[in-house]
Design a protein around this ligand. Structure first.
Ligand SMILES: [Fe+2]
Ligand SMILES: [Fe+2]
Length: 475
């Protein structure tokens, strides 16, 4: 179904057929714009940005590119096409027809899932609000804004579901999605990671690589949902999310490329010399990766979880790419071995748990494997440049605040440490004040078309076949 852009809220859900819903969303729309203007990218509202907008939801050619002022971006409601005769793919209701309406007994749980997902979308825009002022290039500035407007659209996606399927409670939740703010003392965003400011571009690229990828996996799980409107919404969000993954992976790859270029020019691997040349040494990058990977793992929740088991059993949330998991999509009598700390915390033991209770862990493992793909690519490039250094993702036990390993200490290889040893050594593994000060010192705004800040290599190509030196944002 095509998208109707003649309406004030572009959509492919025949919104005009439901006047009550349309009016409710039209009342929410100015509040969203007010939020964008006060909480969105600071200082760029009047600038033309080379942005893509969805024109249809099929796999090919859904995007159109145009110069747009961000407040004029056509945020709307786009669901992937309905699959006729789609049935529930997992859990106790496997094989039954999917739900077009929310079953009464699932109402509160589904609302909570949608609100929690929805809350992360505007949160990340708020976190990244000041980044434009220190962009390393116009190309990167444009990519930041593209991510931001799409996170705004993801908020629309969740608000549509709340308005369309949860009545008055849903409308109230939609209001609150605009009144909680990232880092707000009194009214913070729901999940911890989304209250941390992202004040430098290395953190932004780490966020889009590691934390947006968590988002990708949450969407993959919800795209399996028995509640069909949620599944279809998430399926389309995933096509937008692919760009966010691209921004993270290529951003980090370009930082690494610039670093080995400087190392080869100066024939050095001394971090202080590399820093003096205005680049980011690889050990500092490694510490940032350790921080963001471990923080993003926590977003999957407890390793063993009755909530996760219930979500799976009732059909609300599957495993990412559920179809790829063996033959058993019910998992009623399935067990899995998990590692856990011994009661005294000094060792590791194996326990058998019901597979359904381990769904968070299973999804997190799929996420971790996906994170490792980019690392392999970067290491290949580092090796090809003749540099001896290998980036490694830390062990999943490292620096965890949620789940079985929280409260215990491990080094990046997964070996247990006493609290004293951890205290003494964590500075080797996590960004220090000194690291952060160096990164901060590199954050200067570069806005001449085609020019890059000294700590990042140019991209291999521009956006939509345009040159790297295209004026992606007209300042
Ligand atoms: Fe998103
Ligand atoms: Fe995203």
């Amino acid at each position: 179904m095509g998208i109707d852009y003649s309406e004030s809220i572009p959509n492919n859900v025949n919104l005009s057929d439901d006047r009550k819903l349309q009016r409710a969303l039209e009342r929410w729309q100015p509040k969203f714009l007010e939020w964008w203007n006060t909480q969105g990218p600071d200082g760029f509202h009047s600038k033309d940005v080379y942005l893509r907008t969805a024109t249809s939801v099929d796999a090919k050619g859904w995007a159109t590119y145009d110069e747009t002022k961000m407040p004029d971006y056509r945020w709307g409601i786009f669901l992937a096409n309905q699959k006729p005769d789609r049935t529930i793919g997992f859990g106790d209701h496997k094989g039954e027809p999917v739900w077009q309406e929310v079953p009464g007994e699932q109402r509160a749980t589904l609302r909570r899932l949608i609100v929690t997902q929805g809350d992360t979308e505007p949160a990340s825009v708020e976190q990244q609000r000041q980044l434009g002022k220190t962009c390393p290039s116009l190309y990167d500035l444009r990519n930041l804004f593209q991510v931001n407007v799409e996170e705004g659209r993801h908020l629309w996606a969740m608000v549509y579901l709340l308005h369309a399927h949860f009545g008055r409670d849903g409308r109230e939740e939609a209001e609150m999605l605009l009144t909680r703010h990232s880092g707000d003392q009194d009214n913070p965003r729901i999940l911890g990671t989304f209250n941390e400011p992202i004040s430098d571009w290395l953190s932004f690229f780490c966020f889009t690589y590691f934390t947006d990828r968590d988002g990708k996996y949450q969407l993959k799980m919800l795209a399996e949902s028995a509640f069909d409107p949620l599944a279809r919404t998430c399926e389309f969000m995933l096509t937008e999310e692919a760009h966010h993954m691209f921004v993270g992976e290529t951003g980090l790859g370009r930082i690494i490329a610039r670093t080995y270029e400087v190392m080869n020019e100066l024939k050095t691997d001394d971090p202080a010399t590399i820093r003096a040349a205005g680049a980011i040494d690889l050990p500092t990058l490694q510490r940032y990766f350790n921080f963001w990977f471990s923080s993003s793992l926590d977003l999957f929740g407890s390793d063993v979880s009755t909530n996760a088991a219930n979500f799976f059993a009732s059909g609300l949330k599957g495993r990412p790419d559920e179809g790829k998991y063996d033959d058993d999509h019910v998992c009623r009598n399935a067990f899995i071995e998990i590692e856990k700390p011994t009661p005294n915390g000094t060792g590791i033991e194996i326990e058998q748990v019901a597979m359904r209770n381990a769904m968070n862990m299973i999804s997190r493992d799929a996420y971790a494997a996906d994170c490792a793909i980019g690392v392999v690519r970067w290491n290949r490039a580092i090796k090809k440049a003749g540099i001896e250094f290998e980036i490694k993702l830390p062990h999943q036990r490292f620096r965890r605040n949620v789940g079985l390993w929280a409260g215990f200490h491990f080094d990046p290889t997964g070996d247990a440490l006493s609290p004293e040893k951890w205290q003494a050594r964590q500075i080797e593994w996590l960004p220090s004040e000194d690291d952060r000060a160096h990164i901060k010192s590199l954050m200067i705004c570069v806005t001449e078309p085609g020019k890059m800040a000294g700590w990042i290599a140019p991209p291999a190509r521009g956006i939509n076949n345009l040159g790297v030196d295209y004026e992606y944002v007209r300042l």
